[in-house]
Design a protein around this ligand. Sequence first.
Ligand SMILES: Cc1ncc(COP(=O)(O)O)c(C=O)c1O
Length: 323
Amino acid sequence: MASTVEQRLKEVAAVGQEIAETGIAYLDGAFVPMAEAKVSLATHALQYGTGVFEGIRAYWNPAQEQLYVFRLREHYERMGRSVRILRVTLPADAEGLVKLTLELLRKNGFRNDVYVRPLAFKAARSVKVALRGLRDGFGIYAFPLGAYLPTGGLAARTSSWRRTADDAIPARGKLTGAYINTALAVDEAHDYEADEAIFLTADGHVSEGGGANVFMVREGVLTTPPVTADILEGVTRESILTLAKELGIPTEERVIDRTELYVADEVFFCGTGAQVAPCVEIDRRPVGDGAIGPIAKRIGDLYFAIARGDDKSHAEWRTAVYR
Ligand SMILES: Cc1ncc(COP(=O)(O)O)c(C=O)c1O
């Protein structure tokens, strides 16, 4: 069964704390002290959730004295797709934003695991609810971050809040306002002492977690909902599908029923924040035998080793911050 609620809460306690206003941020063309990276109260994105963001992790490798950013370019490529949905213009292409991020991380001199948060947003002080003709803003900040979801076996709950459909608020774009959906679902999960929510689509099939993609293992096949199941097309999800194929684990992207998760041998969440987070309990039912399964363990160990640079494979997924 899942470790105790107290243990799980302790592992993720830091996520709930306010981010310190220390270090250097980037805002609208300049590196500024984080404490000075401010926007107006009248900002469109603050009023209406018209922002696009990314979540990127960098892992500190103490033996190599190196900070490795995981799949940095791919995150900015996705941001480039998200902004097309919201009609926001980015200040640079993916390569330019990669350079900017590396400069920011170097200026901060981090020697620990960090989370990087780029944000592109409708910066105009305007009450007009529309997308065109509004000034855009862009910023990046970064801060130390440990686990976002418990990694030692968590409990999930199917949400009564449905995933926003693509023809309402598209989950494919990492849009700030869309995370109201996540906040409602995760809050409900917490009310029931679960760590993460599982969203169903409007037609009742499994979509994803509140802030992570979901995988299950049935009959040895690693299965995840398709990109048409109102999911964020996760960078980690794609990495895991790649790793599984290399390990010879059969994979499938297909529609998943809610109760398939109840009878699955293994379930786990994955994402930049979540990393690889095995799920050992859903709706108060043990997943499999209620312990972390062998495929989740194997994939999780490999993910962490590659991301931190202890495993040298997939060098193209890591960008070294320090020369
Ligand atoms: C709703 C949602 N789904 C999935 C993911 C996973 O995406 P990625 O692996 O690109 O971080 C995230 C973010 O981590 C998310 O917020």
